[in-house]
Design a protein around this ligand. Structure first.
Ligand code: MG
Length: 367
């Protein structure tokens, strides 16, 4: 089987809640997502999705996905999409870095592999654990009162895990954590995700001020070294996210005892192949994970669901249903949230059928 064409569509994904805000005043109102298609000479077509969280979250931006596909695509024509390790090796040889560019191609090739093997991607990624997986809900940065007010609404939707967007003014963030914690019920889990927004001394101060609160602290500062310094002065369970973007830093963080949980995003690592490698290593090392992506719609959510559903439950801290945050549906068959949980499709591949009328015109076409 050979790749004969790589193409992409650009889709705008507005939010039900109008805007999503996090540290440092950053926000997004309409997400710019790239749906990547890989077509084989047998007629099989696989799909992937890459949707950066704006241009200022990770070293990734929406137009960069499309530019990167134009650069990389010609090197992949004629390759077998089912030989995923080999394909990733070739992608890394043809384009240094830029993991997010490769992610959509890699996901689409997993979709092809699953379709050709008549198996869901989650079974190819290691096997399906249980009936479904639990989801977290991100709480966009607002006043402490507004954020606390969201908890009841999200719990009514079935969520029991809440990720507060902090990383702003430390005094307001302390109030945010206390206000939301006051709304929690037994069994709920709370994460305060600063998304690199605190300077080191501020992060230490916030952690001390919420010492009695049952809360995880996620990615307090910009650099790994600052986060490690905070970790060593902090009694809370600790999560690293933005800094953990390859196996080298993951192994270093394990050796430094720098985290209790790690957040792995598919496009941050460069696709399902590399995220599976990191996921399996975390399972072997005893590190639990949030498994997700930077953002996306139905196709990204399907890929996340297959990855999460093939992870031993005790190591799956949480995962995300981004397709429930956005107003546009791009595919049939994507996971749908039921009582705060979702399940990977039991159909072959990702189990999705893109809605071509929604995807619109082709904006990248390599053949
Ligand atoms: Mg995070």
């Amino acid at each position: 089987m050979k790749i004969k064409r790589i193409f992409a569509h650009r889709v705008e994904l507005p939010l039900h809640e109008t805007t999503y805000k996090w540290s440092g005043g950053k926000s997004v109102t309409v997400f710019d997502s790239t749906i990547v298609g890989v077509e084989t000479e047998t007629g099989l077509v696989g799909y992937g999705e890459v949707c950066p969280l704006g241009p200022f979250y990770l070293p990734a931006y929406a137009d960069g996905v499309r530019a990167g596909l134009r650069e990389l695509g010609p090197h992949l024509l004629g390759q077998d999409p089912r030989e995923l390790t080999k394909l990733n090796y070739r992608m890394d040889a043809a384009l240094k870095g830029h993991p997010y560019v490769k992610s959509g191609i890699d996901i689409a090739c997993w979709d092809i592999l699953g379709q050709s093997a008549h198996l869901p991607v989650c079974e190819l990624l290691g096997g399906r654990y249980g009936e479904d997986v639990h989801l977290y809900r991100a709480i966009s940065q607002e006043t402490p009162e507004a954020m606390a007010g969201k908890v009841a609404q999200y719990r009514a939707e079935g969520y029991r895990r809440f990720q507060l967007k902090v990383g702003g003014d430390p005094d307001v963030d302390i109030a945010r954590i206390h206000a939301v914690a006051a709304k929690l019920q037994p069994g709920d889990r709370l994460v305060a995700d600063a998304n690199t927004g605190w300077v080191q001394h501020e992060a230490v101060r916030v952690a001390r001020a919420v010492r009695e609160v049952d809360v995880y602290i996620e990615q307090p500062c910009l650099t790994y070294e600052e986060c490690l310094a905070v970790r060593r002065q902090c009694e809370h369970p600790f999560i690293l996210d933005e800094n953990i973007d390859d196996l080298g830093i993951l192994l270093r963080a394990k050796a430094d005892l720098a985290m209790d949980v790690v957040n792995l995003k598919i496009s941050k690592l460069g696709g399902l192949t590399k995220t599976r490698q990191a996921r399996d290593l975390c399972v072997s090392m005893g590190i639990a994970m949030t498994l997700e992506d930077s953002w996306g719609g139905d196709i990204a959510t399907a890929a996340i669901a297959h990855l999460a559903h093939s992870t031993p439950p005790q190591f799956l801290f949480s995962t995300t249903d981004f397709n429930s945050y956005v107003t546009v549906s791009t595919a049939e068959g994507a996971p749908q949230r039921v009582n705060g949980r979702m399940a990977a499709s039991k159909s072959p591949g990702l189990g999705i059928q893109p809605k071509l009328a929604v995807l619109g015109k082709v904006v990248v076409n390599i053949s």
